[in-house]
Write a protein that binds this ligand. Structure first.
Ligand code: SF4
Ligand code: SF4
Length: 99
């Protein structure tokens, strides 16, 4: 299992999740962060840090966000983000169904 970033992250990318991750599992795509399922150790530390509640354990991803289980598998194609930075807060931030 792994933890999954879902649609609420898109265009928000607050990055507050990153600082608590002990294994640098977060990768930065242009408009979202993704969790590398091969790196994540299921520690649960990132979930309470996300201001838009975008992160779920894989077995508890909401029905309308299931596609994000596969989308997070793309994480390794993007660079690791090791520390938080200024949020993106683009126009789609706040629409949890953005993809
Ligand atoms: S804290 Fe939430 S919104 Fe911010 S980058 Fe992490 S998953 Fe995305
Ligand atoms: S559950 Fe733990 S290891 Fe996995 S991404 Fe979140 S903070 Fe990192």
């Amino acid at each position: 299992m792994a933890f999954i970033v879902t649609g609420a992250c898109v265009d928000c990318v607050y990055t507050s999740c990153v600082d608590v991750c002990p294994v640098e599992a977060f990768h930065e795509a242009p408009d979202r962060l993704l969790i590398n399922p091969d790196t994540c150790i299921d520690c649960d530390a990132c979930v309470p840090e996300c201001p838009v509640e975008a992160i779920y354990p894989e077995d508890n991803v909401p029905d309308d966000q299931q596609e994000w289980i596969d989308l997070n598998k793309d994480a390794e194609n993007h660079p690791t983000l090791a520390a938080s930075k200024d949020p993106l807060k683009g126009p789609k931030c706040g629409n949890p169904n953005a993809a």
